[in-house]
Design a protein around this ligand. Structure first.
Ligand code: NAP
Length: 346
């Protein structure tokens, strides 16, 4: 390993790449966790980087990515740029000997994700997709409650992530720069379904594509052994109910509000009296909600681990296999429909 130690007894020193909305949430959350220090921020624009560093009280800024990832005062990189850039930027950082956390989605397809995990393993470095949902206290409580059998055997779930996004010409509307709903939003219901039921045995997906191929709405059913299923959707042109529910033989559990960041659980079970009007179980949100994930990742890096057991390589790769299949089915159906003379895109 180039200049980094796999065990940290002192402060873990971070670099942040990107000065967008997510960096503005991550940086203050990282600053709340003792034992972490943000040394430097990278932007392609020097003035922007300097302004960001000043606003958040960071010692240094740079517009030179190579100098960022070879910085001897940095142990780990938080990559918060659009996802079309993730694979190349993470590869460079791993090759320079830095531990890396990559914003979701970690990359654009299974092949890229596998390659990054193989590289991290080879170099003995920590690598994780920043799937903060799985570290949220309410989400972890949900998993424990399901394991306890409180709703019997879980048999199905439904989850959607959809909001009309303003067509502002930003990266979400640009195919070349991380456009589309599946990787940006659909990854959350897919990850939820994988966490509860594992990898699906079969997938049935349909969606809508813009003329240039940008996917702006999808719905899909994931089927698992024993007839269990997940009905999911994502959209950047319509609202979808943002709650999620997991149902079983003795009741169901709802994550109200936005399921990927919910602090509340509703356990619909027990007697008929409590089934339809349960008392909410309330959890506390730390900072902007990223603190539990950042704390867990920091502890894993300190311990010398190369993956985190809550969201390891095997889980991330399996989710990407599902995302690839959904994308493939949506594109195939759209191509068939178009050749039949039906219009499927906006
Ligand atoms: N976990 C969450 O809750 C959450 C929420 C939103 C987004 N995200 C994820 O976070 C990532 C970034 O999302 P965002 O909304 O912050 O995106 P964004 O605003 O479009 O881009 C983030 C920053 O990346 C830099 N950037 C843009 N294009 C780049 C390029 N070609 N090469 C290098 N840097 C580039 C820009 O910073 P400079 O102009 O300073 O270089 C920009 O401010 C995505 O993967 C997204 O899915 C996660």
């Amino acid at each position: 390993m180039d200049g980094t130690s796999s065990h940290f007894h002192g402060t873990l020193r971070w670099a942040i790449a990107g000065t967008g909305s997510i960096s503005r949430s991550i940086v203050p959350d990282l600053q709340l966790i003792p034992g972490n220090h943000i040394e430097v921020v990278f932007s392609r624009d020097h003035t922007k980087a300097a302004r960001f560093a000043e606003e958040f009280g960071l010692p240094r800024s740079t517009n030179d990515y190579t100098s960022l990832i070879t910085d001897p005062l940095v142990d780990a990189l938080y990559l918060a740029t659009p996802f079309a850039t993730h694979a190349a930027m993470a590869r460079q950082a791993l090759n320079a000997g830095k531990h890396v956390i990559i914003e979701k989605p970690m990359a654009t397809n299974t092949h890229e994700v596998q390659e990054l995990f193989a590289l991290a393993e080879h170099r003995g470095l920590f690598l994780m997709e920043a799937m903060w949902m799985k570290f949220n206290p309410a989400f972890q409580h949900l998993v424990e409650l399901l394991e306890s059998g409180i709703i019997g055997t879980p048999a199905s779930l439904r989850a959607g992530f959809g909001f009309p996004l303003i067509p502002d010409g930003g990266s979400r509307w640009d195919v070349a720069r991380s456009g589309g709903t599946l990787l940006d939003q659909g990854i959350y219901p897919v990850t939820l379904a994988h966490t509860i039921f594992g990898e699906p045995a079969s997938i049935n997906a349909r969606g809508r594509l813009r003329a240039d191929g940008l996917d702006f709405a999808e719905h899909f059913t994931l089927e698992f052994e024993d007839g269990r299923f997940a009905q999911c959707a994502s959209s950047m042109t319509e609202f979808l109910d943002p709650s999620a529910a997991i149902s079983g033989t003795k009741g169901w559990i709802t994550l109200p509000g936005m399921f990927w960041t919910s602090t509340t659980l509703l356990v619909h079970g027990g007697s008929w009296a409590t089934m339809f009007a349960p008392d909410p179980i309330q959890h506390h949100r730390e900072g902007n909600g990223y603190v539990p994930m950042l704390r867990a990742a920091g502890e894993a890096i300190r311990s010398g681990a190369t993956q985190h057991p809550t969201h390891p390589a095997s889980h991330t790769i399996a989710v990407f296999r599902t995302l690839d299949t959904i994308r493939h089915q949506v594109e195939e159906a759209a191509a068939t429909s178009e050749s039949d003379g039906h219009i499927t895109h906006a």
